[in-house]
Design a protein. Sequence first.
Length: 385
Amino acid sequence: MSAQSSARDFASLAVHAGQEFDPATGAVIPPVHFSTTYAQDGIGGLRGGYEYGRSGNPTRNALQAQLAAIEGGAHAVSFASGLAAEDALLRAVLRPGDEVLLGNDVYGGTYRLISRVLGDWGVTLRVVDMSEPDAVRAALAESTPRILWVETPSNPLLRITDIAGLAEMGHAAGALVVVDNTFATPALQQPLSLGADVVVHSTTKYLGGHSDVVGGALVLNDDALAEKIRFIQFAVGAVSGPLDAWLTTRGIKTLAVRMQRHSENGSAVASFLESHERVQRVYYPGLASHPGHELAARQMSGFGGIVSVALESGDAARRFAEALRLFTLAESLGGVESLVNYPDAMTHASVRGTELAVPVEVVRLSVGIESEADLLADIEQALQA
């Protein structure tokens, strides 16, 4: 019996799924396949189904098997970025005149893709607070979207959405329910098991986990939709390269232990900030004061490493972000190192002036796996500065 077939729990699947040792050499770590093309045994005689690097690559296939296993899905498709994954899904599902119902607190790039790119092709967009079931119900009654797009915890205000409840609501209306699981990761939350149709990831973030590889993924159970997505992956070509796939696979193998440490440090940082006199508000679902705390405790096994904080003004928020030292001022999140981001002028600048605009007094922290004492000391000195 192989190690992969013996893996049952999440941590074991993360290490072993898609990672059988090399049968030719016995190498425990499967090799990275850099070849762009593959020899054929006569015309059309493909070895293992491989013919060209865009249509298939053994390293990418290993990652896709790993992604499907850890999300509990039948199919996973890996892309060159999270937005490339989103674009492929939207192209596979939407036609001119279709509508997307989107949360009012999501990654700015998702809003930009739908409104500014697909909008020119006749796709319409409505925005609603997904953490308010009555608001979603009213929006669905007004008109039926083709896609109900959920992000929970949301970016950057960490709103919590009832995945099971919205999945039931969306399916009753005839909508495809998509959940962006980038913040929680499958280590803490598995949307397919709660009724979602498709899970989206920016694997650049926690799955890769080391700020050294860009990627994206879709995980789902629907065979027909998976086939459409794979066709777009092949026909459009935004595939993850072999080294990118290998780096993502390596990151996933430590996801369980990293998310545990991210959650522990995130909780400590959130508690410290909540009690600080210079802080106006802390956004973190692990706090009892968070309006989505009880729901998050039910549908997540941990609360993650993203903490957002509101100071007394936009100027104070900027000064705080620029005064941090152990937290590096940078875009992105989810790496082992701590990062600080000022959403209004950085990750969410594209939604300024819209319903998704982030308050200017908000700073987003991606809490890494460093020493808790060092992280809190850095935050304290920055708040004093």
